[in-house]
Design a protein around this ligand. Structure first.
Ligand code: PLP
Length: 401
């Protein structure tokens, strides 16, 4: 039962938390278990092996923390850095802003490279900083792969290229919260030292697991990093990995079984097919926005996100009213504009276990709401643009061929 009832299904199109598939819900509907029995370590072992696949790493070491993306950030930073360390961080929207705030509160010296909201990371500024840093005082470069507030995706391969060009040893720390398992992400190929995600995004689980993956270099750095850490200390996990029992404290049994089911669904579809599906969902959404005559908050095509689209509304419309109406009238949940873009954009999340027809339902709802709030939209225009693209591009469902 909904806390505030609405008939039919809620159309959940916020960019996380996202829809949980039935298979995952059923897998989690189970009793607690003794996590010290042989069963839970055996299950955990498969999870640790299999999450590496979604990070595309063979050399990385994964950690499953009972936390959210914010806790995973803290784990990445405190295990690899010491107070006072100089780091470079890109501010491109609300989530990169929050990560920078955490970095500053943890006492790192942060060189903030700021962009207009809607633009990607200024990599030329990074290049200049690395070129000037011949003493290697910069200890880490931190970047949000996909900024959820503005729908901007950064090209991580370029960051790696710049680090290599200047032969700079800074650690490369990546927030992949709304990108890993939805967008192309290659931890090993791109030399990412710590990557992290949260269970409520592309994996389509409840909130509650922060997945952090550390490269061998990051593990090495953790041996000398002096930041205070207890709950998020990798060392405690590694100790229990070695013992074969895996958990330094009580895991959520239900979430572990949920993660098993979520990974099974990803592998059943095929990770590359999952990524291709997100590309289709992103492209279809952008075509609808264009057909409505509205602008994407993302300033350049190269930064377009395939997991979230932030739609700019005309100045005479409050985008928060669109979000309110969506929920009150159509049982559709859209994302609010945050901070600098509050009232100016609404967001359509298109990530996780989601298919094209679900998206078309959302787009039909958005059209009606736009009309409700006085925007002159032709009903069906966005749906037509999206569906004619999708009709030409949806492949057979991989597991049904
Ligand atoms: N990073 C990004 C890019 C996000 O979108 C979010 C949440 O939406 C977070 C970090 C924070 O994650 P959490 O809310 O799970 O702590």
């Amino acid at each position: 039962m909904d806390y505030v009832y609405g008939p039919g299904r809620n159309h959940l199109f916020v960019p996380g938390p996202v829809n949980i598939p039935e298979q995952v819900l059923r897998a989690m509907n189970r009793n607690n278990e003794d996590y010290r029995s042989p069963a839970v370590p055996a299950l955990t072992k498969t999870l640790l092996e299999d999450v590496k696949k979604i990070f595309k790493t063979t050399s990385g070491t994964p950690f499953l923390f009972p936390t959210t993306g914010t806790g995973a950030w803290e784990s990445a930073l405190t295990n690899t850095l010491s107070p006072g360390d100089r780091i470079v961080s890109f501010l491109i929207g609300q989530f990169s802003l929050l990560w920078i705030d955490q970095q500053q509160r943890l006492n790192f010296k942060v060189d903030v490279i700021e962009s207009e909201w809607g633009e990607g990371a200024k990599l030329d500024v990074l290049a200049a900083k690395l070129a000037a840093d011949t003493d290697h005082t910069i200890k880490a470069v931190c970047i949000v792969h996909n900024e959820t507030a503005t729908g901007v995706t950064n090209d991580l391969s370029l960051v790696r290229r710049i680090l290599d060009e200047y032969r700079h040893p800074a650690l490369f720390l990546v927030d992949g919260v709304p990108s890993i398992c939805a967008l192309d992400f290659r931890m090993d190929d791109w030399g990412v030292d710590v990557a992290l995600t949260g269970s409520q995004k592309a994996l389509s689980l409840p909130t509650g697991i922060g997945i952090v993956c550390a490269s061998p270099r990051a593990l090495e750095a953790s041996k000398t990093a002096k930041s205070l850490r207890v709950f998020f200390d990798w060392k405690d996990y590694l100790k229990f990995y070695n013992l074969g029992t895996y958990w330094p404290y009580t895991p959520s049994i239900q979430l572990l079984y949920g993660l098993r089911a979520a990974l099974d669904l990803v592998f059943e579809e095929g990770l590359e097919n999952v990524i291709a599906r997100h590309k289709r969902l992103g492209q279809a959404t952008r075509l609808a926005v264009e057909a409505w005559g509205l602008k994407n908050c993302t300033q350049k095509e190269e930064w377009h996100s395939d997991t979230v689209t932030a739609v700019v509304v005309p100045p005479y419309i409050d985008s928060a009213e669109i979000v309110r109406r969506a929920w009150k009238r159509y049982n559709l949940s859209l994302g609010l504009g945050l901070n600098k873009v509050a009232g100016k954009v609404f967001r359509i999340g298109h990530l996780g276990n989601l298919n094209e027809l679900q998206l078309l339902g959302c787009l039909a709802g958005v059209e009606m709401i736009l009309k409700d709030v006085g925007y002159p939209v032709k009903l069906g225009s966005g749906v037509a643009a999206a569906s004619s693209y999708l009709q030409n591009n949806i492949p057979l469902i991989p597991s049904r061929i």
